[in-house]
Design a protein around this ligand. Structure first.
Ligand SMILES: Cc1cc2nc3c(=O)[nH]c(=O)nc-3n(C[C@H](O)[C@H](O)[C@H](O)COP(=O)(O)O)c2cc1C
Length: 178
């Protein structure tokens, strides 16, 4: 299959995640075009068999480029198999309210753009103080201290479950290819 992968990543974890997926797809014999959504420009999605879009949550929103892309290409995306990778720290935990908030953000994006993702994968991201400015460090330290008391607040910590991600992508691909 030929897959388009577009992503938005503020601190780099979504980029790491989509690169991992792209490598895996290529290893399995698929062809992949991987691009940051901010740099895509006009793209002919009819050249692809399926699309994966990824973006991360910051203060309850995805990056604007995700909405802009989904809005522009909603009709085409709705006509092909798609996955939305929603990367967040809420997905690392089991807080029901946090998970409801994730559902709401996706519904809002879908309502606003018209894109109905064929599959949504909630992917746990990372705590990356090495990438934060002083204000973000202050805010995120407080959140992580509450959500993950075992974390060393001075060091980056990855919550992404790579095995679960691989299994989810493989399952989607096997459904999509049949
Ligand atoms: C300023 C800031 C705000 C964030 N807001 C949220 C949020 O509202 N909900 C959430 O689940 N995660 C939130 N996160 C966590 C990010 O989604 C997480 O760190 C993710 O891995 C970032 O992906 P990226 O590196 O691709 O941008 C926030 C992170 C930062 C730095």
């Amino acid at each position: 299959m030929k897959l388009f992968i577009g992503y938005a990543s503020t601190e780099g974890q979504t980029q790491k995640i989509v690169r991992h997926i792209a490598d895996r797809l290529v290893d399995h014999g698929h062809s992949v075009e991987l691009m940051p959504l901010g740099d895509v420009g006009p793209v002919d999605l009819s050249r692809f068999d399926a699309a994966i879009l990824g973006a991360s949550v910051h203060v309850g929103h995805y990056q604007k480029v995700l909405s802009e892309f989904a809005d522009t290409y909603a009709d085409r995306l709705n006509a092909m198999p798609t996955v939305f990778l929603s990367v967040s720290l809420a997905a690392a935990g089991h807080d029901a309210e946090d998970w409801r908030a994730l559902d709401t953000i996706i519904i809002d994006v879908s309502d606003a753009t018209g894109w109905k993702p064929g599959k949504v994968l909630q992917v746990a991201g990372a705590y990356t103080p090495s990438q934060y400015d002083v204000f973000r460090q202050f805010v995120m330290r407080r959140i992580i201290a509450t959500k993950d008391p075992e974390a060393d607040l001075d060091w980056d910590k990855e919550y992404t479950d790579w095995d679960a991600l691989d299994a989810d992508i493989d399952a989607w691909l096997s459904q999509t290819s049949t």
